[in-house]
Design a protein around this ligand. Structure first.
Ligand code: ZN
Length: 699
């Protein structure tokens, strides 16, 4: 079915940098474009796979890179809009096209003729009959890996089994997410006596009242739960008994034997993932996942987590002792033990006392426009020579979106020096999902003559009309972080579109974004953006010092709860099918044993997620991959040290980081890019020092 010519996706956008023509795109344009895109892509792949000529780089590798452009145009715009401005219509489209797209990908990856052509090309290269450029060699390697991991080498019967497993696992992951969401609504703590809310800020109290009304408990207060174990309200609630109720409600999610119980779901998921891994020739799911990451093996992941754990736990024990000293002594019985429910509350008490850190007093110095222009963009100007010009003539997918043209060094504003477009979508709205993220709308590619168009999405609360947008310190860090992803996309300088910018393994992609956070702390950049919005007064030095001093407090807790969750994730996915427990009653025991075996079973520091509400892992994408954040942090901390050793914020450093790392994208082994930059493999020590763990491990 041909796509109507008036559908904006039917042709390449004629706007600058091929920015999708959002003024013309309507919600009902997406589905026909995606369906026509899949048909077109399938036909293109059919031509490549059925080519009677022997395979060459041009007729196979490059032809594949040129295929599927309509589909890609439509999907990039669609997925961005779905995340940033969803409507029921778009969600219905997603429900219809997601399974079709999964099947479409599978059909290509399981096409044995295509696989044979790629293998023949590899053999010719191995025999020296074909010379591959390094990026083409890496592309061929990753394509062969993708086909093999999808099961192309399996027999027809095995492929049928695999398809069945994939379908069932997709259902189970959706079921886990559904139960969790419904269970979370039911698991909130209902409070009827306002005295129990002592300490809670007024806006949280009114939110709790509204939540209770919505749940049919008019006149009461409902403390709803967020996903992680440790709940935000625990920082403020003064009554220890109420904190304890919240903590118990949080940790027992998914275990009540009712319709929200997730234990049977997660056990079947763990078993079927192990079955699938063995069918594909791996000992377990963790090995399958690691192969496709920069870690390479599950043992390498385990080794890294095991090296970090003792240092983090020692640090958490020190923090626990300091917090326990703040507990009121009970008459006749002395101080009671520190409980997990108390941690956040006491931690706030300590931070306020020791560091005199007042988050609210910082905000007037952190005005959005100034932080962006004189902080985030200024750091990119100083490092990479970039300049930014707002394009009021170009529109985004929502009125909130602002469009900036990005110019390369030396000739700002000159025609031809344009690098791409940066779209900024800062404010929260009901149609936007939570959190912060970066999307590509156009992938940079020399082959296709394309430059990058990228989006940053945040969820900053919009101020009252006419008032300035004043940020929290966390929001400032998030702005720098997401812009690090944007730079990875914008500064990409590769030939093949599938290797563009952020097309790198998951345990690598957070590395450049985390590095970019360092510029928020840089004294020169900080002086430039942290200025009182009304008086123009710079942020006083004692506040800066307090921020710096407070930076390490709590690292023991956060690192330990994170590592515990990562180790738990690995433990579930290092099992063979027969080793997965079969009874829901065994889940808690398995979890406790896994934490104890890894030495991270501190009663006061439970894992950031327990198995029964570990949505990253059992609800989808991060199975056996929750470790990725800290893996990226190892690279990040080592790179921050490299910048520091070489003089920090300089054009020369920016240029080196850009050319050796950011520009390479996924066009070679990412760890080779790191080695080019650092001159060696990554070392774990800089991360330990940053986390305040340095002294513990130097022995
Ligand atoms: Zn990120």
């Amino acid at each position: 079915m041909a796509l109507a010519p008036d559908n904006p996706f039917a042709h390449v956008s004629t706007l600058p940098y091929e920015l999708p023509d959002f003024a013309a795109i309507r919600p009902d344009h997406y589905e026909p474009a995606i369906r026509a895109g899949m048909a077109e892509h399938r036909a293109e792949v059919e031509t490549i796979a059925g080519d009677p000529e022997p395979p060459t780089v041009a007729n196979t590798l490059v032809a594949l890179e040129r295929s599927g452009q309509l589909l890609q145009r439509a999907l990039l715009a669609f997925h961005n809009q779905l995340s940033a401005d969803a409507t029921p219509v778009l969600e219905a489209v997603q429900e219809r096209v997601a399974p079709l797209h999964a099947a479409h990908r599978d059909a290509i990856l399981l096409d044995r003729r295509l696989w044979e052509r790629l293998r023949a090309l590899q053999h010719a290269a191995d025999r020296g009959e074909v010379v591959l450029e390094p990026d083409a060699a890496w592309l061929l390697h990753t394509r062969l890996t993708d086909h093999r991991r999808a099961g192309v080498e399996l027999s027809d019967d095995q492929q049928a089994t695999l398809r069945g497993l994939n379908v069932r696992l997709t259902e189970l992951e959706a079921e886990f997410g559904r139960k969790l969401l419904a269970g979370e609504k039911a698991a909130g703590v209902l409070v009827t006596d306002p005295a129990e809310l002592a300490g809670l800020p007024a806006d949280s109290v009114s939110a709790a009242a509204a939540a209770a009304t919505e749940a049919g408990h008019d006149g009461a207060w409902l403390l709803t739960l967020q996903l992680p174990t440790s709940q935000r309200v625990l920082a403020a609630l003064q009554r220890a008994d109420v904190r304890e109720r919240v903590q118990r409600a949080s940790e027992s999610r998914g275990t009540h034997g009712d319709e929200h119980d997730t234990r049977a779901t997660l056990l079947e998921t763990a078993r079927l993932r192990a079955v699938r891994a063995q069918l594909l020739g791996y000992p377990h799911h963790a090995a399958y996942v690691a192969e496709d990451s920069t870690a390479r093996t599950a043992d390498a992941v385990q080794a890294m987590l095991s090296r970090l754990a003792p240092a983090a736990v020692a640090n958490a024990r020190t923090e626990a002792a300091e917090l326990a000293a703040l507990l009121p002594a009970r008459a006749g019985s002395g101080p009671r033990d520190l409980r997990s429910a108390d941690w956040r509350y006491l931690s706030e008490v300590l931070r306020a006392e020791r560091y005199a850190l007042d988050e609210a007093a910082l905000r007037p110095y952190l005005e959005l426009e100034k932080v962006v222009r004189d902080g985030v963009l200024e750091a990119a100007r100083r490092l990479y020579g970039l300049s930014f010009v707002e394009r009021h003539d170009l529109v985004g997918y929502h009125d909130d979106v602002r469009v900036f043209e990005v110019f390369d060094a030396d000739e700002p504003g000159e025609p031809g020096s344009g690098l791409g477009l940066f779209l900024a979508d800062w404010y929260t709205r009901p149609s936007k999902r939570g959190g912060a993220w970066m999307n590509n709308l156009v992938d940079q590619s020399g082959l296709l003559g394309r430059r990058a168009v990228v989006v940053n999405n945040l969820n900053i609360t919009r101020p009252a009309t006419g008032a300035p947008t004043l940020l929290s310190w966390d929001e400032v860090i998030t702005l720098f972080h997401e812009f690090g992803h944007a730079l990875h996309g914008l500064l990409s300088d590769v030939r093949y579109p599938s290797q563009s910018g952020t097309e790198v393994p998951r345990d690598f992609v957070e590395f450049p974004s985390q590095v970019n956070e360092m510029w928020a702390w840089d004294p020169e950049i900080l002086r430039s953006y942290a200025v009182h919005h009304a008086t123009g007064e710079p942020l006083p030095q004692d506040r800066v010092d307090a921020l710096l001093a407070a930076r390490r407090w709590g690292e023991g807790f956060s690192m330990t709860e994170y590592l515990a969750a990562s180790l738990l994730d690995q433990a579930w996915h290092r099992l063979t099918p027969d080793e997965v427990p079969t009874s829901a009653d065994d889940v808690a025991g398995f979890e406790q044993a896994a934490l104890a075996a890894a030495g991270v079973d501190l009663p006061a520091v439970p894992p950031r997620y327990r198995s029964t509400y570990f949505n990253h892992v059992f609800g989808g994408g991060y199975a056996a991959g929750y470790y990725s954040y800290v893996w990226s942090q190892v690279l990040d901390a080592d790179t921050v040290e490299w910048f520091t050793e070489n003089g920090g914020l300089t054009r020369a450093n920016g240029e080196t980081f850009r050319r050796r790392l950011l520009a390479r994208g996924g066009s070679q082994d990412p760890l080779a890019s790191f080695r080019d930059l650092r001159g060696r493999d990554a070392r774990i020590e800089p991360l330990l020092v940053r986390r305040g763990l340095g002294t513990t491990v130097t022995r």
